[in-house]
Design a protein around this ligand. Structure first.
Ligand code: SF4
Ligand code: MSK
Length: 653
């Protein structure tokens, strides 16, 4: 475990603003335990790969083109820099889309088997959502039993994944003018399997060698993620496990309890976590825990499955992606169960150092040297009860000193798009009209989605927090998901009291409604909630006819995953200006880069932006929001007038 003396070591104050993580990184260093922060300091990214200026799609290469203008160098096959970058980009989108859609398809299969009575451990929790989703997809519901509607809904939603021709079902939720643009451009998705297959096919050696055409398919593939795989995952998870409503919940490593059996679930699919909730509530298992001297069993989430359970059930959350190794350094985690996505292989060594029992559970995601307890949706408790028993055993035999950073941050999370509708409109007139009115009258300048990962390539949480502080100060309402939401929760900005940091207009809306200026919506798959909120704003009227008309922008300030690029591209293809931090995998000034960062907007879609500094990122987003306000004729802040629908349409014209 002794650290290699030659390795570069970055000061911890440069790595994170999360005090708990910093405290654990200090401890890890004292104890000679390595984390991703250390590995990143010692691993200089390949500059050619970082700019996507190389290709290994065949073995006449791999070819390194480099990023020197005028970009005359080509690969052995003759592929130029634009083709190479577009192919790489398309494959990143395909990989991210595959992750979200495989997750969504799995949840849909669970739903099917629940409805058919083959899975007994889960039930339909939100019948009202089931009915409203069915109606939104033109499924007749009158006079039908819930089971009949649910089976019809399953048949329709399955097309999201398996359909080979036609349009995916959820396009019915897209604003008509946005859909018209997609149809004109030929980017309406058919089905996820088809689009991902097409994307991978056309980017093999010697197939599609026109960057515009490759990007067209990348947009189509990304859209089947946002409006398909991810949206189905979110909607069906809500139907099965409950639609989030605001709940007060604690975040940070102080959620661990020294005198209880601590279990962390980390990953993405909610079914593992749901079963674990049942296991830790089982009196027999609680009894076993107390029999060994524990005061109880403490279940805590991390990363996105944690974010999803936090918004749905108010389960405490210990930290985001860059804290998953650090949390094990506390020595207090008795067991960690992981499923899919964003699980660092480095966890295995850290868990080993501190005696935490780490378990993989998903058949597609094993780790060398880590015990696998397969999770089966038909018998979910077999897996989760076994993890609990192992955790109790580890508690009984704890033999490492425990140091839990005593930091907990309370906040309100769980703003589903349904709840935003209700919150702003009230019980009897649920609608997005009050939100649109407040945007039109200027109290809310615009809406921003700030989402995505944390990474050792940026100071953890800092870019998220600085960006959001500046946005709300400028009256931009912030919607959040994923690891970003945890960054902001730790900074204390997910409370109604945080309205004091907002500009006067946004603060007045927050005070009236009693909401925070930063609305946490869930996991990275739940970015689909932001799409639906945007769609509802367009359909409500007064803010243009397409998502591209909205005074809105998106950002992933500390992104690292292929999934983030897929999400970014589905927001861009939906019409949103989307700014990424850290870096972007293109060579600036190539034709492909220009198309992403401007050309797509000229075609009626959104566009990408890049800024590593949060204040520059905020400037870009606010400038874009103001541009859209000007185009809508609402650029001058006005006192609120209660406009009716006709008035709002007039403002839009
Ligand atoms: Fe090189 Fe062309 Fe093969 Fe890519 S596809 S590795 S550019 S020869
Ligand atoms: S977990 S994709 S680090 S948000 Fe969804 Fe967090 Fe990014 Fe993974």
């Amino acid at each position: 475990m002794a650290k290699d003396e030659k390795k570069k070591v970055a000061p911890i104050s440069d790595l994170t603003i999360c005090e708990a993580t910093a405290q654990m990184l200090e401890k890890a260093r004292r104890e000679g335990v390595e984390t991703a922060f250390d590995r990143a300091a010692d691993m200089k990214p390949c500059p050619i790969g970082a700019e996507s200026a190389c290709c290994k799609h065949c073995f006449m290469g791999p070819c390194r083109i480099g990023s020197k203008a005028p970009y005359e160098k080509v690969g052995v096959c003759g592929a130029d820099i634009d083709t190479i970058q577009a192919r790489n980009f398309g494959r990143i989108v395909a990989a991210g889309t595959a992750a979200h859609t495989d997750h969504g398809m799995h949840i849909l299969e669970v739903f099917r088997d629940v409805v058919r009575g083959k899975i007994k451990d889960y039930q339909i929790k939100d019948e009202a959502k089931l009915i409203s989703l069915a109606q939104s997809l033109d499924i007749a519901v009158d006079g039908k039993e819930i089971k009949e509607i649910a089976l019809e809904l399953y048949e329709v939603l399955e097309k999201t994944y398996t359909q080979v021709e036609g349009e995916i079902p959820m396009v019915k939720r897209v604003p008509p003018k946005t859909l018209e643009t997609w149809r004109k451009l030929g980017i309406v998705p058919r089905g996820a399997m088809r689009e991902i297959m097409d994307m991978i096919h056309r980017t093999t050696m010697g197939v599609d060698q026109e960057y515009q055409n490759i990007l067209k398919q990348a947009s189509r593939t990304a859209l089947v993620d946002g409006w398909g795989g991810s949206m189905v995952a979110t909607e069906v998870s809500d139907i099965l496990f409950g639609t989030p409503v605001p709940v007060e919940v604690d975040v940070n490593m102080g959620c661990l309890k020294e005198d209880e059996v601590n279990i962390i679930i980390h990953g993405h699919e909610p079914n593992l976590f749901e079963s674990m909730v049942a296991s830790v509530s089982d009196p027999a298992l609680v009894g076993k825990a107390t029999a060994v001297g524990a005061k109880g069993i403490n279940l805590v989430g991390m990363c996105c499955s944690g974010a999803e359970m936090m918004v749905r059930h108010g389960i405490p959350h210990a930290g985001n992606f860059m804290s998953t190794e650090a949390v094990l350094v506390t020595g207090a985690v008795d067991a960690m169960g992981v499923d899919v996505q964003c699980i660092k292989q480095g966890l295995a060594k850290v868990a080993d150092c501190y005696g935490t029992k780490l378990f993989t559970t998903n058949p597609i995601a094993r780790m060398d040297g880590v015990e696998h307890i397969e999770f089966n949706d038909h018998e979910p408790r077999q897996c989760t009860d076994t993890i609990v028993e192992n955790a109790i055993d580890r508690y009984k035999n704890r033999n490492k000193p425990i140091e839990i950073p005593q930091i907990r941050n309370s906040g309100v999370h769980g703003f589903s798009h349904e709840y935003i509708n209700y919150m702003l409109g009230g019980t009897f007139r649920s609608s997005y009209t009050p939100l649109n009115d407040n945007v039109i009258n200027g109290r809310i300048r615009g809406v921003a989605g700030v989402v995505g990962c944390t990474t050792p390539r940026a100071k953890q949480d800092w870019v998220h927090v600085e960006l959001v502080k500046e946005l709300i100060k400028n009256d931009v309402l912030v919607l959040q998901t994923g690891c970003s939401q945890i960054s902001l929760a730790k900074a204390g900005l997910c409370t109604p009291e945080a309205a004091k940091y907002a500009g006067d207009g946004l603060a007045s809306v927050c005070d009236t409604v009693g909401m925070p200026p930063v609305l946490g919506m869930g996991s990275c798959v739940d970015n689909s909630r932001i799409l639906i909120a945007a769609s509802e704003m367009v359909k409500t009227g007064g803010l243009g006819e397409t998502i591209a008309d909205l005074p809105a922008a998106g950002a992933a300030p500390e992104w690292m995953s292929e999934k983030a690029i897929a999400i970014g591209q589905y927001f861009v293809a939906s019409g949103v200006f989307t700014v990424f931090g850290v870096m972007f995998p293109t060579v600036k000034d190539t034709r492909f880069h220009k198309m992403l960062f401007g050309g797509l907007e000229e075609m009626g879609l959104g566009k990408w932006g890049l800024a590593t500094d949060p204040h520059e990122m905020a400037r870009l987003m606010i400038e874009h929001i103001d541009k859209k306000r000007k185009a809508l004729g609402i650029d001058k802040a006005r006192e609120r007038v209660l406009a009716d629908m006709a008035d709002r349409r007039e403002i839009a014209s």
